[in-house]
Design a protein around this ligand. Structure first.
Ligand code: C2E
Ligand code: CA
Ligand code: CA
Ligand code: CA
Length: 283
């Protein structure tokens, strides 16, 4: 803001203006930030509900900004999406997460390889190099396609035509799992699920919020029960997001959810945290 003086002015909404400046500043800083290596990934465990063991992780990107500190993806992914930088940024996340998964793999003496889940934004989905790039990343690292799961939001696939689905179909045929992320927030036609090349349904946190404490709303239970049974009848595995309490975990296990993710088990953290948790009998 300008110093006090003759032509001092008042901003109509200083907060809004500050946000705009920041947004503009962040947007223009994105490409250099990628070059300078200011992004890093935290990993949040995916827990098998049957035995309580960690069988994989979701990669969640963060930006260590030299002035603003650590920024969450909600603060910059939409900007990167808007400018197209999400394509190289997303490629970096994929490459780094796959490399990390191989690293864990080398330190595991038993059990199936840890799975790695990576988020894919709509612009990446539309990018013609998606299949080729993904295959190249897997081959270079030596990770089997079956250990990778790409998460695509429900809203990105609503009304998707064959052109948009084709690369996902190709990846699925290669053995990569496709998860429908934030399921339940996009009002998609349930019957539509059948034509999507997805093998995992990630139930949005909003569905399970009402189950945090007993007594749990019986209507909430019925809804989740219905979704789980529909998913299973379509041969989709169900992952629940945002599990914050033991009450939730118990209910969701009883309802037949396959995998869980949330603060109750662990917050997103550095690679070492994930590795340590993956060695535990149950978390
Ligand atoms: P998402 O894919 O739905 O990821 C889950 C978000 O929920 C993460 O937020 C995670 O930290 C948070 N979370 C996990 N467990 C709990 C819980 O028990 N309670 C609550 N309240 N929250 C929980 P985060 O890391 O801030 O990521 C936000 C979103 O940013 C992600 O939502 C995803 O859509 C996007 N994102 C993150 N990394 C990437 C990326 O590499 N590429 C793209 N395209 N998007 C990304
Ligand atoms: Ca996700
Ligand atoms: Ca999600
Ligand atoms: Ca969500």
């Amino acid at each position: 803001a300008k110093a006090r003086g003759g032509n001092r002015f008042e901003m109509a909404d200083p907060e809004l203006d500050q946000r705009a400046i920041t947004r503009h500043g962040l947007t223009t800083a994105l490409p250099a930030a990628l070059e300078r290596g200011e992004f890093f990934i935290e990993y949040q465990p995916l827990v098998h509900m049957g035995d309580g063991r960690v069988h994989g992780a979701e990669a969640l990107v963060r930006w260590s900004h030299p002035q603003h500190g650590i920024l969450g993806p909600d603060q910059f992914i939409p900007l990167a999406e808007h400018t197209g930088l999400i394509v190289p940024l997303g490629r970096w996340v994929l490459q780094e997460a796959v490399r990390q998964a191989c690293d864990w793999q080398q330190h595991r003496t038993e059990g199936a390889p840890l799975r790695i889940n990576v988020n894919l934004s709509p612009a990446q989905l539309q990018h013609p190099g998606l299949v080729k790039d993904t295959v190249a990343v897997l081959e270079r690292a030596g990770l089997e396609p079956g250990a990778l799961c790409l998460e695509v939001t429900e809203s990105a696939l609503i009304g998707a035509d064959e052109g948009l689905l084709k690369p996902l179909r190709q990846l699925a045929e290669l053995g990569v799992d496709i998860a429908l992320d934030d399921f339940g927030t996009g009002y998609s036609n349930l019957a539509n699920l059948r034509r999507l090349p997805v093998s995992v349904l990630k139930l949005d946190r909003s569905f399970t919020k009402g189950m945090q404490q007993a007594p749990v709303d019986p209507v909430d239970l019925k809804i989740v029960e219905g979704i789980v049974s529909l998913a299973h009848s379509l041969e989709l595995a169900v992952t629940v997001e945002g599990v914050e309490t033991g009450v939730q975990a118990d209910q969701l296990r009883e309802l037949g959810c396959d995998t869980a993710q949330g603060w109750y088990y662990a917050r997103p953290g550095p690679p070492d945290q994930l590795h340590a948790l993956s060695l535990a009998d149950a978390i």
